[in-house]
Write a new protein. Structure first.
Length: 279
């Protein structure tokens, strides 16, 4: 089961959260459920796209090989690409380093009616930056507050913010990294840095625990996703997105109904005017 955090504070221990699917959950059961969720997600996206009073920001964080790309492939595949923007954040460019740390992220925030899916995000500036001491501790510690304010700003302007930590074990990560070496079709993903980062497993664990506990909020929850099983990971992410969007369905329908009524009235007026001009 996923673990959702909506309040800041407290001490989070990732080691206390299972990275495995619940007992009795099977790949076959999940496959059927995922199809149904995908269809509902598409319908909800369509209503949101038309109403244009909300947007969705999906933040995917996780260790190397946790499955961020895989989650994007399967979950975004349920959506109409017309309204989806996927952004991957790597090391900042020279231009990006010359701005505040949120500059490169804010410019990719979703427009009303659209999805933005972040593969890594502004959280790298309290994760990698912290673990490798890329800036002073005082500076990265202040960023928690900036992140909270940033996500509150997005929510005030209609963004539905959902943040996912894809939770895998150290053993699972090792197996996945070794699989990449053995399979020719995935060898292109090899990166010696992935193995170097494993040496900092505990430091990254502490950084993730602080990031989650210090920035969780009702309008920007953190969902810790058991991600050792890829098929269950995809289900949890899809379910969380659909759950978050369902609550807006009636509001979007009211907006769309009002838009339809207005357009029908304008069309009727046009036809009446056109008919009168022919007399």
């Amino acid at each position: 089961m996923k673990t959702t955090f909506t309040e800041r504070g407290g001490k989070l221990r990732l080691d206390d959260i299972s990275a495995e699917p619940p007992k009795g959950m099977t790949k076959e059961k999940v496959a059927q459920r995922f199809v149904a969720l995908g269809e509902e997600m598409f319908e909800l996206q369509d209503a949101m796209f038309g109403a244009k009073v909300n947007s969705v920001l999906v933040v995917l964080q996780g260790r190397d090989s946790a499955g961020k790309d895989g989650a994007i492939k399967h979950v975004a595949g349920c959506l109409n690409p017309r309204g989806v923007n996927v952004v991957s954040f790597g090391p900042p460019t020279t231009e990006e380093r010359q701005h505040d740390f949120l500059w490169r992220v804010h410019r990719h925030a979703p427009r009303l009616g659209e999805f933005a899916i972040f593969n890594r995000s502004h959280y790298e500036d309290v994760l990698v930056v912290r673990v490798h001491s890329l800036v002073r501790e005082k500076l990265w510690r202040e960023r928690y507050g900036h992140i909270v304010d940033f996500e509150e700003l997005l929510a005030e302007h209609g963004a539905i913010v959902l943040k996912f930590f894809l939770h895998i074990t150290k053993k699972e990560q090792k197996e996945r990294l070794l699989e990449r070496e053995e399979a020719p079709e995935t060898a292109w993903k090899l990166n010696p840095n992935d193995w170097k980062e494993r040496d900092h497993w505990d430091e990254f664990t502490a950084a993730y625990e602080d990031a989650i506990s210090k920035t969780a909020a009702p309008h920007a929850p953190w969902i810790v996703v058991p991600a050792n099983a890829k098929w269950y990971r995809n289900l949890v992410v899809a379910q969380a997105i659909v759950d978050a969007l369902r609550g807006h369905r009636k509001g979007w329908k009211r907006t769309l109904d009002a838009m339809g009524k207005k357009m029908r009235a304008e069309l009727a007026a046009y036809r009446a005017e056109r008919a009168a001009s022919r007399r």
